[in-house]
Write a protein that binds this ligand. Structure first.
Ligand SMILES: C[S@@+](CC[C@H](N)C(=O)[O-])C[C@H]1O[C@@H](n2cnc3c(N)ncnc32)[C@H](O)[C@@H]1O
Length: 294
Protein backbone atom coordinates (compact mmCIF):
# COMPACT_ATOMS: atom_id res chain seq x y z
CA UNK A 1 0.00 0.00 0.00
CA UNK A 2 1.24 3.46 -0.88
CA UNK A 3 2.22 5.89 1.89
CA UNK A 4 -0.36 8.28 0.41
CA UNK A 5 -3.04 5.86 1.67
CA UNK A 6 -1.92 6.17 5.30
CA UNK A 7 -4.64 7.72 7.46
CA UNK A 8 -2.12 10.16 8.90
CA UNK A 9 -0.76 11.28 5.51
CA UNK A 10 -1.17 15.06 5.33
CA UNK A 11 -3.38 15.36 2.22
CA UNK A 12 -4.18 18.98 3.05
CA UNK A 13 -0.52 19.99 2.98
CA UNK A 14 -0.11 17.98 -0.23
CA UNK A 15 -3.04 19.76 -1.80
CA UNK A 16 -1.76 23.21 -0.85
CA UNK A 17 1.86 22.94 -1.85
CA UNK A 18 2.24 20.38 -4.65
CA UNK A 19 2.55 21.87 -8.14
CA UNK A 20 -0.24 22.07 -10.67
CA UNK A 21 0.19 21.82 -14.44
CA UNK A 22 0.31 24.77 -16.86
CA UNK A 23 -2.67 25.66 -19.05
CA UNK A 24 -0.38 25.37 -22.10
CA UNK A 25 -0.09 21.65 -21.39
CA UNK A 26 -3.86 21.18 -21.31
CA UNK A 27 -4.04 22.88 -24.72
CA UNK A 28 -1.67 20.23 -26.10
CA UNK A 29 -3.75 17.47 -24.52
CA UNK A 30 -7.01 18.94 -25.82
CA UNK A 31 -5.59 19.15 -29.36
CA UNK A 32 -4.41 15.54 -29.20
CA UNK A 33 -7.84 14.24 -28.21
CA UNK A 34 -10.20 13.25 -31.02
CA UNK A 35 -13.95 12.69 -30.96
CA UNK A 36 -16.59 12.82 -28.24
CA UNK A 37 -15.98 14.27 -24.78
CA UNK A 38 -18.51 12.62 -22.55
CA UNK A 39 -16.56 10.90 -19.81
CA UNK A 40 -13.05 11.49 -18.48
CA UNK A 41 -11.54 9.42 -15.66
CA UNK A 42 -8.51 10.76 -13.80
CA UNK A 43 -6.95 7.80 -11.95
CA UNK A 44 -4.56 8.31 -9.00
CA UNK A 45 -6.14 11.75 -8.68
CA UNK A 46 -4.84 12.52 -5.17
CA UNK A 47 -6.68 15.59 -3.82
CA UNK A 48 -7.96 16.33 -7.34
CA UNK A 49 -4.90 18.30 -8.43
CA UNK A 50 -5.29 17.60 -12.15
CA UNK A 51 -8.99 16.62 -12.02
CA UNK A 52 -10.13 20.17 -11.23
CA UNK A 53 -7.71 21.60 -13.78
CA UNK A 54 -9.06 19.19 -16.41
CA UNK A 55 -12.58 20.35 -15.54
CA UNK A 56 -11.45 23.97 -16.01
CA UNK A 57 -9.30 23.59 -19.11
CA UNK A 58 -11.05 20.76 -20.98
CA UNK A 59 -14.44 22.09 -19.99
CA UNK A 60 -16.14 20.44 -22.92
CA UNK A 61 -16.15 17.12 -21.02
CA UNK A 62 -19.60 16.34 -19.67
CA UNK A 63 -18.50 14.21 -16.74
CA UNK A 64 -15.18 13.86 -14.89
CA UNK A 65 -14.46 11.19 -12.29
CA UNK A 66 -11.33 11.21 -10.14
CA UNK A 67 -10.30 7.92 -8.54
CA UNK A 68 -7.62 7.12 -5.99
CA UNK A 69 -6.63 4.21 -3.78
CA UNK A 70 -6.32 6.46 -0.76
CA UNK A 71 -9.46 7.34 1.20
CA UNK A 72 -7.58 10.31 2.72
CA UNK A 73 -6.95 11.75 -0.74
CA UNK A 74 -10.49 11.06 -1.95
CA UNK A 75 -12.00 12.71 1.16
CA UNK A 76 -9.83 15.77 0.52
CA UNK A 77 -10.85 15.92 -3.15
CA UNK A 78 -14.54 15.54 -2.26
CA UNK A 79 -14.29 18.35 0.28
CA UNK A 80 -12.90 20.69 -2.42
CA UNK A 81 -15.65 19.62 -4.83
CA UNK A 82 -18.33 20.27 -2.18
CA UNK A 83 -16.91 23.73 -1.45
CA UNK A 84 -17.15 24.53 -5.18
CA UNK A 85 -20.24 22.46 -5.95
CA UNK A 86 -21.64 24.86 -8.57
CA UNK A 87 -18.41 25.18 -10.51
CA UNK A 88 -17.62 21.47 -10.35
CA UNK A 89 -21.10 19.96 -10.53
CA UNK A 90 -19.85 17.49 -13.19
CA UNK A 91 -16.88 16.29 -11.09
CA UNK A 92 -17.01 13.38 -8.62
CA UNK A 93 -14.53 11.18 -6.79
CA UNK A 94 -14.41 7.46 -6.05
CA UNK A 95 -12.03 5.36 -4.00
CA UNK A 96 -10.67 2.78 -6.43
CA UNK A 97 -7.38 1.28 -7.58
CA UNK A 98 -6.27 2.59 -10.99
CA UNK A 99 -6.17 -0.98 -12.28
CA UNK A 100 -9.95 -1.42 -11.81
CA UNK A 101 -12.98 0.35 -13.25
CA UNK A 102 -15.61 -1.72 -11.40
CA UNK A 103 -17.01 1.52 -9.96
CA UNK A 104 -18.52 2.21 -13.41
CA UNK A 105 -21.07 -0.51 -12.60
CA UNK A 106 -22.82 -1.80 -15.68
CA UNK A 107 -20.59 0.40 -17.88
CA UNK A 108 -17.38 -1.15 -16.53
CA UNK A 109 -15.18 -2.66 -19.27
CA UNK A 110 -17.64 -1.58 -22.00
CA UNK A 111 -15.39 1.00 -23.69
CA UNK A 112 -17.56 3.92 -22.64
CA UNK A 113 -14.83 6.29 -21.59
CA UNK A 114 -13.39 9.02 -23.86
CA UNK A 115 -10.24 9.85 -21.94
CA UNK A 116 -8.28 8.31 -19.07
CA UNK A 117 -5.57 10.36 -17.38
CA UNK A 118 -2.93 9.26 -14.86
CA UNK A 119 -0.99 12.19 -13.49
CA UNK A 120 2.17 11.85 -11.40
CA UNK A 121 1.00 8.45 -10.20
CA UNK A 122 1.49 5.71 -12.84
CA UNK A 123 4.89 4.81 -11.31
CA UNK A 124 2.95 3.18 -8.46
CA UNK A 125 0.71 1.05 -10.68
CA UNK A 126 0.82 -2.50 -11.94
CA UNK A 127 1.41 -0.98 -15.39
CA UNK A 128 0.43 -4.04 -17.41
CA UNK A 129 -2.82 -4.45 -15.50
CA UNK A 130 -3.55 -0.73 -15.70
CA UNK A 131 -3.06 -0.59 -19.48
CA UNK A 132 -5.23 -3.64 -19.98
CA UNK A 133 -8.02 -2.17 -17.80
CA UNK A 134 -7.71 1.25 -19.49
CA UNK A 135 -7.92 -0.43 -22.91
CA UNK A 136 -11.07 -2.29 -21.86
CA UNK A 137 -12.76 0.95 -20.76
CA UNK A 138 -11.63 3.45 -23.41
CA UNK A 139 -13.70 3.76 -26.57
CA UNK A 140 -11.92 3.25 -29.90
CA UNK A 141 -9.92 6.42 -30.57
CA UNK A 142 -10.15 7.50 -26.90
CA UNK A 143 -7.09 9.02 -25.25
CA UNK A 144 -4.88 7.57 -22.56
CA UNK A 145 -2.70 10.38 -21.18
CA UNK A 146 0.01 9.93 -18.58
CA UNK A 147 2.11 12.84 -17.45
CA UNK A 148 4.04 14.11 -14.48
CA UNK A 149 7.30 15.38 -13.18
CA UNK A 150 10.59 13.94 -12.03
CA UNK A 151 12.93 15.48 -9.48
CA UNK A 152 13.50 19.23 -9.41
CA UNK A 153 16.63 21.34 -9.62
CA UNK A 154 17.56 24.89 -8.63
CA UNK A 155 18.38 26.82 -11.83
CA UNK A 156 19.81 29.80 -9.91
CA UNK A 157 21.57 27.94 -7.08
CA UNK A 158 23.47 25.08 -8.73
CA UNK A 159 25.27 24.03 -5.53
CA UNK A 160 21.87 23.03 -4.15
CA UNK A 161 21.36 20.44 -6.89
CA UNK A 162 23.86 18.14 -5.21
CA UNK A 163 22.30 18.81 -1.78
CA UNK A 164 18.76 17.98 -2.90
CA UNK A 165 19.96 14.79 -4.64
CA UNK A 166 21.82 13.83 -1.47
CA UNK A 167 18.73 14.49 0.68
CA UNK A 168 16.57 12.48 -1.71
CA UNK A 169 18.80 9.46 -2.28
CA UNK A 170 21.47 9.51 0.46
CA UNK A 171 21.59 6.27 2.47
CA UNK A 172 21.58 8.29 5.71
CA UNK A 173 18.76 10.54 4.44
CA UNK A 174 15.58 9.59 2.53
CA UNK A 175 17.32 6.94 0.38
CA UNK A 176 16.03 3.89 2.29
CA UNK A 177 12.60 5.38 2.91
CA UNK A 178 11.15 5.35 -0.59
CA UNK A 179 8.80 2.65 -1.80
CA UNK A 180 10.49 0.87 -4.66
CA UNK A 181 10.44 0.32 -7.54
CA UNK A 182 7.91 3.20 -7.80
CA UNK A 183 10.29 5.91 -6.65
CA UNK A 184 13.00 4.98 -9.15
CA UNK A 185 10.46 4.70 -11.96
CA UNK A 186 9.24 8.21 -11.08
CA UNK A 187 12.80 9.51 -10.96
CA UNK A 188 13.37 8.16 -14.47
CA UNK A 189 10.03 9.62 -15.58
CA UNK A 190 8.68 6.21 -16.66
CA UNK A 191 11.11 6.13 -19.57
CA UNK A 192 11.13 2.30 -19.63
CA UNK A 193 7.34 2.03 -19.64
CA UNK A 194 5.68 2.14 -23.03
CA UNK A 195 2.20 1.74 -24.45
CA UNK A 196 1.29 -1.77 -25.51
CA UNK A 197 0.84 -1.78 -29.28
CA UNK A 198 -1.80 -4.53 -28.97
CA UNK A 199 -4.18 -1.85 -27.65
CA UNK A 200 -2.71 1.56 -28.36
CA UNK A 201 -1.47 3.55 -31.36
CA UNK A 202 -0.27 7.09 -32.17
CA UNK A 203 1.94 7.10 -29.08
CA UNK A 204 3.57 10.43 -28.29
CA UNK A 205 6.29 10.35 -25.62
CA UNK A 206 8.00 13.59 -24.62
CA UNK A 207 10.64 14.10 -21.90
CA UNK A 208 12.25 17.28 -20.63
CA UNK A 209 15.47 16.79 -18.71
CA UNK A 210 17.53 19.34 -16.79
CA UNK A 211 19.69 20.07 -19.86
CA UNK A 212 16.55 20.91 -21.87
CA UNK A 213 15.16 23.24 -19.21
CA UNK A 214 18.18 25.05 -17.76
CA UNK A 215 18.13 28.75 -18.60
CA UNK A 216 14.67 28.38 -20.17
CA UNK A 217 11.30 29.81 -19.14
CA UNK A 218 7.61 28.90 -19.25
CA UNK A 219 7.32 29.73 -22.95
CA UNK A 220 10.00 27.18 -23.90
CA UNK A 221 7.81 24.08 -23.52
CA UNK A 222 4.09 23.45 -22.90
CA UNK A 223 4.94 21.50 -19.73
CA UNK A 224 7.39 23.85 -18.05
CA UNK A 225 6.82 23.39 -14.32
CA UNK A 226 8.39 25.66 -11.79
CA UNK A 227 7.62 27.30 -8.49
CA UNK A 228 9.12 30.17 -6.58
CA UNK A 229 9.19 29.10 -2.95
CA UNK A 230 10.51 30.69 0.22
CA UNK A 231 12.91 28.42 2.09
CA UNK A 232 10.10 27.88 4.61
CA UNK A 233 7.76 26.73 1.81
CA UNK A 234 10.48 24.55 0.34
CA UNK A 235 10.70 22.78 3.68
CA UNK A 236 6.90 22.27 3.64
CA UNK A 237 7.11 20.93 0.09
CA UNK A 238 9.73 18.36 1.07
CA UNK A 239 7.40 17.32 3.89
CA UNK A 240 4.79 16.25 1.28
CA UNK A 241 7.16 13.55 0.02
CA UNK A 242 6.21 9.98 0.87
CA UNK A 243 9.91 9.46 1.76
CA UNK A 244 9.62 12.14 4.44
CA UNK A 245 6.46 10.52 5.82
CA UNK A 246 8.31 7.19 6.19
CA UNK A 247 11.45 8.85 7.60
CA UNK A 248 9.30 10.54 10.23
CA UNK A 249 7.77 7.20 11.29
CA UNK A 250 11.30 5.92 11.88
CA UNK A 251 12.32 9.10 13.74
CA UNK A 252 9.34 10.01 15.92
CA UNK A 253 11.40 12.32 18.16
CA UNK A 254 14.43 13.52 16.19
CA UNK A 255 16.81 15.99 17.77
CA UNK A 256 16.33 18.04 14.63
CA UNK A 257 13.99 17.50 11.72
CA UNK A 258 15.83 16.37 8.59
CA UNK A 259 14.26 19.24 6.61
CA UNK A 260 15.64 21.79 9.13
CA UNK A 261 19.11 20.30 8.65
CA UNK A 262 18.67 20.64 4.89
CA UNK A 263 17.66 24.31 5.14
CA UNK A 264 20.65 25.02 7.42
CA UNK A 265 22.90 23.55 4.73
CA UNK A 266 21.22 25.74 2.08
CA UNK A 267 21.99 28.83 4.17
CA UNK A 268 25.55 27.68 4.75
CA UNK A 269 26.13 27.40 0.98
CA UNK A 270 24.27 30.62 0.14
CA UNK A 271 24.48 32.86 3.23
CA UNK A 272 22.43 35.55 1.47
CA UNK A 273 19.37 33.23 1.64
CA UNK A 274 17.03 33.64 4.62
CA UNK A 275 13.87 31.70 5.58
CA UNK A 276 11.74 34.21 3.69
CA UNK A 277 14.01 34.35 0.60
CA UNK A 278 12.45 32.94 -2.57
CA UNK A 279 14.22 30.38 -4.72
CA UNK A 280 12.99 28.88 -7.97
CA UNK A 281 12.68 25.16 -8.37
CA UNK A 282 12.15 23.66 -11.84
CA UNK A 283 10.95 20.11 -12.39
CA UNK A 284 11.97 17.68 -15.10
CA UNK A 285 8.69 16.76 -16.83
CA UNK A 286 7.23 14.27 -19.30
CA UNK A 287 4.04 13.20 -21.03
CA UNK A 288 2.91 10.06 -22.83
CA UNK A 289 -0.25 10.09 -24.94
CA UNK A 290 -1.81 7.30 -26.97
CA UNK A 291 -5.10 6.40 -28.63
CA UNK A 292 -7.13 3.23 -28.11
CA UNK A 293 -6.93 1.16 -31.28
CA UNK A 294 -10.27 0.39 -32.97
C1 LIG B 1 1.94 11.87 -6.19
S1 LIG B 1 0.20 11.63 -5.99
C2 LIG B 1 -0.43 12.41 -7.48
C3 LIG B 1 -1.77 13.02 -7.26
C4 LIG B 1 -2.28 13.88 -8.43
N1 LIG B 1 -2.62 13.06 -9.59
C5 LIG B 1 -1.31 14.96 -8.82
O1 LIG B 1 -1.11 15.18 -10.01
O2 LIG B 1 -0.76 15.63 -7.91
C6 LIG B 1 0.05 9.91 -6.36
C7 LIG B 1 -1.34 9.37 -6.06
O3 LIG B 1 -1.44 8.05 -6.61
C8 LIG B 1 -2.25 7.28 -5.72
N2 LIG B 1 -2.00 5.85 -6.02
C9 LIG B 1 -0.88 5.13 -5.83
N3 LIG B 1 -1.05 3.88 -6.27
C10 LIG B 1 -2.31 3.81 -6.78
C11 LIG B 1 -3.08 2.78 -7.41
N4 LIG B 1 -2.56 1.57 -7.65
N5 LIG B 1 -4.33 3.08 -7.78
C12 LIG B 1 -4.86 4.31 -7.58
N6 LIG B 1 -4.19 5.32 -6.99
C13 LIG B 1 -2.92 5.07 -6.61
C14 LIG B 1 -1.81 7.74 -4.35
O4 LIG B 1 -2.76 7.42 -3.36
C15 LIG B 1 -1.64 9.24 -4.57
O5 LIG B 1 -2.80 9.95 -4.27
Amino acid sequence: MSVFSAKDFNAQRYSTIRPTYPDSFYEVLSKYHQGPREMLIDVGCGPGTATFQLADCLNSFEKLIGTDLSSTMVENARATQEQNADKYANVSFVQSPAESFEFLGRNAYKQKCDMITAVECAHWFDFEKFQSAAAANLRAGGTLAIWGYGDFFFPDYPKLDFEIDDLTFGEDKFGPYWQQPGRNIACEMLKDLHYDSRWFSDAEEVYYYKEDLKGKGPKSTPLFMYKRLTLTDLKEYIKTWSGYHSWQKDHPKPEKDITDIFIERVKELYPELKDESEVQITWRTFWMFARRKP
